[in-house]
Design a binder for this molecule. Structure first.
Ligand code: WAQ
Ligand code: MG
Length: 619
């Protein structure tokens, strides 16, 4: 054991405890060991914790503080985390860890958890004879008088910190060779196996929603010493010193990864499988593969080289940049345009340039992450209004009258469900409040409007002050742009930091976007075909995105995998991109899909969703 006992005189400490009950039943409990100056604050934090417990409101709260002269200071057990997919895998791991510590009865131990459920304390098990040694089988053995230094915040439960303290103390007791713990908290599925060589977290020891848990302390020693072991666990005051035990820094990252995995939220960086029919791309018009677009890119690299060597305002601006910006401005019916290396940068750049401290920005609840990040980074007051609720926007604008400048920003076509902003109404509201209007047409350019010019064409209305869009989707290249009046664009050239401080985008992507824009203008029929394909897949033809709601994250992933096995790439969209429990398939059609591909994919989606419905109900 790595523990060092240090008996040098220290400041007198207080053992502070809280116990709360409702209708005579235990509700919550916690304890801390703190210096005198922390006693009052700790009592109050523990009271808050009792009152805020999710299982109910207490009708009695006991708070107690007693001075302890003798405190044993020990080191924490070293921590490791094992990421497992299912409780079965978790218990297999637990079995291995116990076996490594010379404890061979893991299966029996697991079975005993059926009896720990009603116990407030732990079962004390003799690992040689399998006898239960706790004197009171209903209550069990309760580990108390313990804390760590530093002490975790007292007003709410930190499962990990409190469990590590308990396990470190218990494994320090004479004769204790191990502990197995499963939380009784239905939403907390991580448990642990502690042995003398460490605290081993196992990310899944039960299914979510399961309220059963408990603790079993494993004893290997003489029967006449049991009383002394229990006395240590229940009465000796122990502080686990975590000050010089900062956890290995990579473990902090691995813990988070394990949690992401356990929740079914892991995403993979995948190399595209060229054999699948893809409904995952934003290459709505198929222009990324058009020979004329590729040819333009190749010519540009031959003429101007691979990189631009400097930012736009230094020496990075090349003739293709100027040509594309002119072309975009004309296409959007605007006076000028500015391009960025990515659409993300265009949003962050425009928003942070326009508003800052003392200003306000109003943003639709489902706006793209790049808009969200721009709002946060700007330092302006951010008001998020409910998705597409323009009455709420109107009301919110009345509430920000103290702000110096006000910006309202919305996606034109929302990327997850393909729903469309009512632009005329949006503009009327912004105008009335003298707020800047900004619309992101990333999923609208080349898609919305009879000839793909976007929302203004679709509604036959005026223009937002800031018309943002991308070169990366329908134009088949990469980059972002903002189009607007001359002064607005000049302002962005002076103020937009991603523009000022990035190396100018390469001539290849710029020339490719320019060529694609020419094709879009010359061949508006592509837009018509795209809309027909969207309708053939069951969409309303307003956008190229058709959401198929599924709900459960794992189920959405399973349906997506089944579709992949049938030759269709249709991604599952999960939290954090959409809300938890609102996972869906996101179908993005392209003008390049044939009628046969659309029909086959639609049928496959319908079948696989039905199959998964059945499996899900049974399971
Ligand atoms: N002494 C003995 N047994 C206890 C004690 C105690 N002081 N407190 C709780 N138990 C028993 C009791 O049977 C509970 O039902 C059971 O343990 C579970 O208690 O690294 O939250 O407080 O992230 O629900 C593990 C953390 C958290 C894993 C465990 O336990 C990690 C947890 P809970
Ligand atoms: Mg609990």
């Amino acid at each position: 054991m790595t523990t060092e006992e240090d008996n040098s005189p220290r400041q007198r400490l207080y053992s502070v405890k809280m116990r709360a009950s409702a209708n005579g039943a235990h509700l919550s409990g916690a304890e801390r060991i703190v210096p005198p100056e922390r006693v009052a604050a700790t009592l109050s934090a523990l009271a808050r914790r009792a009152l805020g417990h999710e299982r109910g409101v207490p009708d009695s709260i006991h708070l107690k503080a007693e001075a302890r002269d003798e405190i044993l200071h020990i080191s924490p057990l070293p921590v490791s985390t094992f990421d497992v997919a299912t409780p079965e895998d978790g218990w297999r791991k637990a079995e291995e860890l116990l076996a490594a510590a010379g404890i061979g009865c893991a299966k029996k131990i697991r079975g005993l958890f059926a009896k720990t459920f009603s116990m407030r304390g732990a079962m004390l098990l003799d690992v040689r004879t399998m006898e239960r040694l706790e004197p009171d089988r209903e209550r069990g053995v309760r580990a108390t008088h313990m804390d760590s230094d530093p002490s975790p915040r007292a007003d709410r439960k930190d499962h990990f910190a409190e469990a590590l303290t308990l396990a470190s103390k218990v494994l320090h007791a004479p004769g204790i060779v191990g502990e197995v713990c499963v939380s009784d908290d239905p939403s907390y599925v991580t448990g642990y196996v502690a042995t003398r060589d460490g605290y081993h977290r196992i990310t899944k020891l039960k299914e979510p929603q399961d309220p059963h848990g408990g603790r079993i302390f494993l004893y290997d020693g003489r029967r006449e010493d049991v009383a002394e072991t229990i006395r240590f666990i229940e009465e000796t005051a122990v502080v686990v010193d975590r000050n010089d035990a900062r956890r290995p820094r990579l473990d902090l990252v691995r813990d988070d990864l394990a949690a992401i995995n356990a929740a079914g939220l892991r995403r993979e960086v995948k190399v595209r499988n060229g054999n699948l029919v893809s409904f995952a791309s934003n290459d709505y018009l198929g222009l990324s593969q058009d020979p004329r677009v590729k040819e333009a890119a190749a010519r540009a690299v031959a003429e101007f080289g691979a990189g631009t060597g400097a930012s736009r305002l230094v020496t990075g601006t090349l003739p293709p940049h100027v040509r594309l910006e002119r072309h975009l401005a004309d296409f959007k019916g605007a006076e000028d345009a500015i391009t960025f290396a990515t659409g993300y940068m265009a949003n962050v750049g425009a928003i942070t340039a326009l508003v800052g401290k003392g200003d306000a920005v109003l943003s639709d609840a489902l706006n793209h992450a790049s808009i969200v990040d721009g709002c946060r980074l700007s330092g302006a007051e951010v008001v998020v209004y409910p998705h597409l609720d323009l009455d709420a926007l109107d009301r919110a604008l009345r509430g920000v009258c103290g702000a110096r400048r006000v910006l309202v920003v919305s996606d034109g076509v929302f990327s997850m469900d393909g729903d469309v902003l009512d632009l005329p109404r949006f503009l009327e509201i912004c105008e009335r409040h003298q707020a800047f209007s900004m619309v992101d047409e990333a999923h609208a350019l080349g898609v919305v409007g009879a000839t793909g010019h976007g929302l203004c064409e679709r509604f036959g209305c005026g223009k937002p002050d800031i018309m943002m869009g991308t070169l990366s989707k329908a134009l088949g290249s990469s980059g972002g742009y903002v189009a607007g009046c001359r002064d607005m664009i000049e302002y962005l050239r002076q103020k937009a930091r991603p523009f000022i401080f990035s190396t100018a985008p390469g001539a290849t992507s710029v020339a490719a976007a320019d060529a694609a824009l020419s094709i879009l203008e010359a061949e508006p029929n592509r837009v018509v075909r795209l809309r027909e394909n969207a309708r053939a897949f069951g969409g309303d033809g307003e956008s190229a995105i058709i959401p198929v709601p599924v709900g459960d994250e794992r189920r959405a992933v399973a349906v997506s995998a089944a579709l992949e096995a049938r030759g269709f790439l249709i991604p599952a969209i999960r939290y954090p991109t959409v809300a938890r429990g609102a996972a869906r398939l996101r179908v993005a059609v392209s003008a390049a899909h044939s009628a046969g591909e659309i029909a086959a994919a639609r049928q496959a989606v319908e079948e696989e969703v039905v199959v998964s419905n059945k499996i899900y109900r049974q399971g």
